[in-house]
Write a protein that binds this ligand. Structure first.
Ligand code: ZN
Length: 1012
């Protein structure tokens, strides 16, 4: 059927626009060509299966060019992990780090590895952290930076020491410090080896031959130098202060080593402190008719024996009340009268009220020691949130109590020893009793006996526990070493302003945590660690440390490790002249101190041992959010103390790994996921199949790492399915570039099919978004972009329309080469875009690219390289308007084969017509670019509706808005899509309905076959 055609008469603007569409590439300058503003149209092709999907059609089977590749569609069972191991070998995973270090490139990217703790097996938390780092590193390396990534381990500390001791059981008691250290070292080494092998198996690229270990002599020596530098500046001092103390570990603990138990039950008590001497104002308010006491509330009854004062809030209102039952009078905060009366199950009649300042100069007597005086003191930390507004103050057992005591010169004696047991100083009734158990009980009984206990209640509240022994801690004053962080905080906060935090909100969290720390206690009373390098006088409260002693000790430690502190006699730990000054070996009155350094001080000084160059600043620290109060902070504080600069430029903080429903992973819940089982499969491989490392890596990348990261069997299964879809896309690409050599067969961009150019245009856009997302460490976005591209743009759209050109044109036909040129570019961009996430798959693909001779490694070939020529915003007008028409066509034949229909497109003369005409120059064609897009038997393009139409046609109308030159050219055109069944027959070769009779080839196929 032929309809007449009037040649369109384009206007000058339209011509200019059309020329710029297909003409030479324009240099983009500022706002001009608009970007991809309009979203992609619905691309899913339903009812269009007109392409030969297999080669079973008899005698023409050998004349079609089906995809050819040895790249497997699926890797089943063990094939996945086994293939990965082969690839690691073949593509030189282990040599990649040194290869990239040796390159002559200017830019360096330094990611400083926060050392994992050297105990226990590798777990998914490690996987999350190490894989994120590896993705960042591989991206930077491909972009041309020399990556510095030295992995390390935190090897000292209580968790290891306790584990070793508990394994030894009763034998542990007889072991010397040196023997414990020896066993702890072996334990740490075994854990390190296990973790190291796992990290390598996950594909982590790093300097595995030069890792850092906090138990290495050279590391310890540098740490001791920093310790002395800080001591010398007055930033480290020794003091007697209350600190968190773990009786179960017999050591001081830092805030970072505490876990808060929300379900802890304390015995809280209301205690009377009998009035001894009222201040002048209070004296005028009381008549002396009945005894008066101050009411105090505490959750820690065992601290009452150490009471030295009762504190009040000067600005608050207080009341003298009378108890209706006993007739006794009490003083407490006016606001607390009602709640306290209800707790005491009595009524309290207010006799008079007065201001807190009127308590000044008053005293009361200690409730257990009648002749001991407790002064009434004003204090800022008193609040009205809980209790009575009068605060029991035991300076040895509270940080705020201690500061009140320092202001008023009160004693700060501690009545509790290292095991949490009352000492003899607590008196015969309490001596040898554990403060948290029997000791509490005895104190309560003593208060009852002295008639000063009003009521006892059970209180469930949040209470600090030792992070390792899981037992409650106490606050206890002892002599410890502290970092004066008050002086460091201001500088540290100023420096943090220049650090980039991702996500940005964590900066405040870090500053908050710093503010909550009054001081940093860095001494521990254990043996598995770096000694605090001081000598204590045997009888006097004096210690010895100076530049000479430090110089001597650091040299010894550098050579022999810190074991020397325990193995060498004290005389040898001191330099000769210092020893001589002290009276020589025979008269030495000093012994080496027995404290070791907090492990956070150990790991916090890693910047000084690991970071390269004179600047010693890392581009990136990337750790879990638990490090905000720990390693990020100890690194910052030591670096600020030593050299007034932050050790990092960017800090990326990720969440924790949790079970499927956001629950913690624990052995008791049975939801622990072992990375080794993920990779190699579990005992029952039907339930726990071997996924390989790439699945683990994909799971990491696609997770929203900035919140909590959940892992579950279904998440891993979904990750495998995603990779499987990606694999199919890659296989299609690889199969269809068989026999193509980009060097000789490529078609210049401007000569390519419009649709192929359009794909390159989309590819350029995709590539720049991918690069941006990597830059922002938003690997989840990389995954989403990638998935959208390979499912929507490639599989559902492009691949569905190009099969005829690829399979049925002759091998060297420019139309086929045009498509292959695009496919080769797509393949290249795609592989690089996911290579940092899935290095094994990327290498496997690279091995199968037919035109890459002797492929070594995709990682040695750089980042995505797109051409600016590809960027042609105007292409969208052509393809998207044609797609709109195609969608109208396909909607009209639901579930039918589009190839069995003819389409006529009627567009009024104008810009849209000109644009569409570029896709089909002839009036009617079965081989045009427009018909390829339509997937129809043939397409006819007309500027006006035909005068007559057969009865069986369906007609669809639509409009399309053309928007070019940033809105300078806007033209809305209407179009009609007329659909009718074709009169042509199915070609036995290409299955298109383009043959004149059922037993004849279509003209195109006849030419292709005839030409062979
Ligand atoms: Zn054909």
């Amino acid at each position: 059927m032929r309809w007449g055609l009037c040649p369109p008469q384009p206007g000058p603007a339209a011509l200019a626009a059309a020329r710029s569409l297909w003409g030479p590439p324009r240099v983009l300058r500022g706002p001009g060509w608009r970007g991809t503003a309009r979203g992609l149209l619905e691309r899913s092709v339903t009812g269009a299966s007109n392409q030969p999907q297999n080669s079973s059609n008899g005698k023409y089977r050998d004349t079609v060019l089906l995809p050819q590749t040895s790249f497997p569609m699926k890797l089943l069972g063990r094939q996945q992990p086994d293939t990965e191991l082969e690839i690691q070998q073949k593509c030189g995973f282990s040599e990649l780090y040194s290869w990239q270090r040796e390159r002559k490139v200017k830019t360096e990217f330094c990611l400083h590895d926060g050392p994992p703790y050297a105990n226990g097996d590798p777990h998914v938390g490690h996987a999350l952290n190490k894989i994120l780092k590896d993705i960042a590193n591989r991206y930077q390396m491909m972009r041309g930076s020399k990556v510095h990534f030295v992995p390390g381990w935190d090897c000292h500390g209580l968790p290891i020491e306790i584990k070793v001791l508990s394994e030894l059981g009763a034998k542990a008691q007889n072991l010397s410090a040196v023997e414990i250290r020896k066993k702890a070292r072996l334990f740490a080494k075994a854990a390190i080896e296990k973790q190291r092998l796992a990290f390598i198996r996950w594909g982590i690229m790093a300097d595995w031959n030069n890792c850092y270990y906090t138990f290495d002599g050279s590391y310890e020596a540098k740490q001791l130098r920093i310790f002395y530098e800080m001591f010398d500046k007055g930033l480290i001092y020794r003091s007697y202060k209350p600190v968190f103390w773990s009786p179960s570990s017999r050591t001081a603990l830092a805030e970072a080593e505490l876990e808060y138990n929300l379900e802890h039950v304390s015995r809280s008590i209301y205690v009377k402190f009998p009035l001894l001497k009222p201040g002048p104002k209070l004296a005028s308010l009381i008549d002396g008719s009945s005894p008066i006491s101050f009411l105090v509330w505490t959750t820690q009854p065992w601290t009452i024996p150490a009471n030295q004062a009762v504190c009040y809030m000067p600005d608050a209102k207080y009341a003298v009340v009378k108890c209706s039952q006993s007739g006794d009078q009490y003083v407490l905060a006016a606001d607390k009268v009602t709640p306290v009366a209800s707790t005491l199950k009595t009524t309290l009649e207010v006799i008079s009220t007065f201001s807190g300042v009127d308590l000044e100069d008053g005293t009361c007597s200690h409730p257990l020691i009648p002749d001991k005086v407790s002064p009434l003191l004003p204090a800022n930390h008193v609040t009205m949130a809980k209790g009575t507004g009068l605060v029991h103050t035991a300076p040895a057992h509270g940080m705020e109590d201690y500061s009140v005591a320092s202001q008023h010169n009160l004693p700060t004696d501690c009545l509790v020893d290292e095991d949490g047991i009352f000492t003899a100083a607590a008196g015969p009734e309490l001596q040898n009793k554990s403060v948290l158990e029997e000791g509490t009980d005895v104190v309560i009984k003593m208060l009852q006996a002295s008639k000063n206990l009003l009521v006892e209640e059970k209180l469930v509240h949040s209470y600090p526990y030792d992070w390792r022994t899981k037992k409650p801690v106490v606050i206890r004053a002892s002599k410890q070493w502290f970092v004066n962080i008050m002086d460091l905080k201001t500088t540290a906060k100023e420096l943090l302003k220049k650090v980039k935090f991702i996500p940005g909100s964590v900066l405040n969290a870090m500053v908050d945590m710093m503010d909550r720390r009054p001081y940093w206690c860095i001494s521990r009373q254990r043996v598995w660690g770096v000694p605090i390098p001081v000598f204590h006088h045997k009888t006097k409260d004096e210690f010895l440390i100076n530049s000479q002693t430090i110089e001597h000790i650091t040299k010894l430690v550098e050579q022999h490790g810190s074991d020397v502190w325990w193995t060498l006699p004290p005389e040898q730990l001191l330099p000769e002249d210092v020893l001589a000054q002290l009276g020589g070996p025979g008269a030495l009155e000093y012994t080496p101190g027995q404290d070791i350094l907090d492990i956070w001080f150990d790991s916090g000084t890693s910047w000084s041992c690991v970071l390269p160059g004179t600047d010693q600043r890392a581009d990136l620290y990337l750790e879990g959010k638990d490090q905000l109060g720990c390693w990020f902070q100890s690194s910052l504080l030591t670096s600020v103390a030593a050299r007034k600069k932050a050790p990092f430029k960017t800090v990326v903080v990720h969440g924790f790994t949790l079970g499927e429903k956001g629950e913690k992973m624990s052995k008791s819940l049975g939801n622990v996921i072992d990375p080794d089982v993920v990779i190699n499969g579990g005992q029952d491989q039907n339930k726990e199949p071997p996924y390989g490392a790439d699945v683990l890596r994909w799971w990491v990348a696609e997770s929203n790492i900035f919140t909590e990261v959940t892992i579950s069997p279904s998440a891993l299964n979904a990750a495998r399915d995603d990779i499987s879809k990606l694999r199919n896309t890659l296989r299609f690409l690889l199969g269809n570039v068989a026999g193509f050599n980009p060097e000789t067969d490529s078609i210049p961009v401007n000569d390519m099919y419009v649709i192929d150019q359009y794909m390159l245009h989309l590819l350029q856009d995709f590539a720049s978004k991918i690069t941006d997302s990597y830059k922002q460490y938003d690997f989840g976005k990389v995954v989403r972009l990638l998935q959208a591209f390979y499912t929507r743009e490639l599989s559902n759209f492009y691949f569905s329309i190009i099969k005829d050109r690829l399979y049925c044109e002759s091998a060297h036909d420019p139309r086929r080469r045009s498509c292959q040129t695009a496919l080769a570019e797509i393949l290249d961009v795609l592989v690089r875009s996911f290579a940092p996430i899935l290095p094994h798959l990327a290498e496997e693909v690279f091995q199968h690219v037919p035109y890459i001779k002797e492929p070594k490694s995709v990682f040695r070939t750089g980042w995505i390289n797109t051409s600016s020529i590809w960027k042609k915003p105007g292409l969208e007008e052509a393809v998207e308007s044609a797609c709109a028409m195609r969608d109208a066509f396909l909607r009209s034949i639901p579930g039918k084969n589009a190839a069995e229909y003819e389409v006529t497109i009627v567009i009024e003369p104008g810009l849209l017509f000109e644009i569409i005409e570029m896709l089909q120059a002839e009036e009617t064609s079965s081989a045009s670019q427009l018909n390829e897009l339509m997937m129809a038997s043939q397409t006819t393009l007309l500027p006006q509706e035909p005068p007559t139409m057969p009865a069986d046609v369906t007609v669809h109308q639509g409009t399309f808005l053309i928007n070019l030159e940033g809105g300078d050219i806007r033209e809305e055109s209407s179009y009609k899509v007329i659909v009718m069944p074709t009169t042509k027959e199915k070609c036995p070769r290409c299955w298109k309905y383009t043959a004149e009779s059922s037993d004849a080839l279509c003209p195109r196929c006849a030419e292709v076959v005839g030409g062979k």
